[in-house]
Design a protein around this ligand. Structure first.
Ligand code: DGL
Length: 301
């Protein structure tokens, strides 16, 4: 039976969910986390619902059985769209938090009433996203752009070494000189229309995939300084905290930390990947400043 001292499970198709992990850790520094990057099976965005749902089920089961997680954050818009309802019904006692493109927060921010939304094809063509958009019809003018290949290119760009730097909301580390991510950002942003603060221009861009914060610098160069980026890390962290509080599972500073699950030298964070461990180590170092010993390769069939 999981307890307050048990870890919170967090997963994504790859390294994108590290942006959410960062926000979770900042909001709940006393918690322990097990992050799983399903990099051997990434990208999810162009795979189809059945595949993504099967992976989501396998990973949920694995994190419960092998790591005794007390809650799960599906730090992936694509997996949330494809599988969150089923996971909820198969695991009714597991506190569960999913992600969806932050359209409603974007409405609160836009002044021009023109909002751009980028995400994976899986997310943006899902019934869940369709329902969300239908519920907001007429509230703003939305330009929705699936970005095939971008999450995958970001995964690949991780292998390129750059120094670890601080990552904050709406900013990201310096570009890893990936012409591939740059070219894809350019292609998709150009296809969306005009960005800026003038009438009729998109002044708000929703990053509807957890990978995209890591190319925020490239997106910024394309849309200009006036466009507000909206991502989901902080709201998801607040929601996770609420869910844990409601379940009586929030770990307080004075509470004991269970030795089960292992711990990282710097923090109670354990990072697992079904793909190459070196890639996760590079991402953890670059984006979270975590040492390589936090990372481990695992198999989740
Ligand atoms: N990071 C994921 C998301 O938020 C999916 C990326 C992918 O694997 O295509 O949708």
């Amino acid at each position: 039976m999981p307890q307050a001292s048990s870890p919170i499970g967090v997963f994504d198709s790859g390294v994108g969910g590290l942006s959410v992990l960062r926000a979770l850790q900042a909001a709940m520094p006393h918690e322990r986390f097990v992050y799983l990057a399903d990099s051997a099976h990434a990208p999810y965005g162009e795979r189809g619902d059945a595949y993504v749902a099967a992976r989501t089920h396998a990973i949920t089961q694995y994190l419960r059985e092998q790591h005794g997680i007390k809650a799960l954050v599906v730090a992936c818009n694509t997996a949330t769209a494809a599988a969150i309802h089923e996971v909820r019904s198969s695991h009714p006692t597991l506190p569960l938090v999913g992600l969806e493109p932050a359209i409603k927060p974007a409405l609160a921010v836009t002044k021009t009433g023109h909002v751009g939304v980028i995400g994976t094809r899986g997310t943006l063509t899902s019934a869940k996203f369709g329902k969300l958009m239908a519920s907001l019809a007429g509230e703003a003018h939305f330009v929705v752009q699936p970005c095939d290949g971008l999450a995958h290119a970001i995964e690949r760009s991780v292998a390129q070494p750059v120094p670890a730097v601080e990552m904050t909301r709406n900013t990201a580390p310096p570009p890893p000189a990936s012409t591939e991510t740059g070219a894809l950002c350019k292609r998709y942003i150009s296809a969306m229309g005009a960005f800026g603060s003038a009438t009729g221009q998109m002044d708000t861009l929703v990053l509807g995939c957890t990978h995209y914060i890591f190319v925020a610098h490239e997106l910024r160069a394309l849309v200009g300084p006036d466009v507000q980026f909206i991502e989901t890390g902080e709201p998801v962290a607040r929601q996770t905290r609420r869910v844990l509080e409601t379940a009586g599972l929030l770990h307080h500073a004075e509470g004991p930390v269970s030795p089960q699950g292992g711990r990282c030298a710097t923090d109670h964070i354990r990072l697992l990947t079904t793909g190459p461990v070196a890639m996760l180590q590079a991402a953890a170092k670059r984006w979270l400043g975590l040492p390589p010993q936090c990372c481990q390769s695992v198999q989740v069939p």
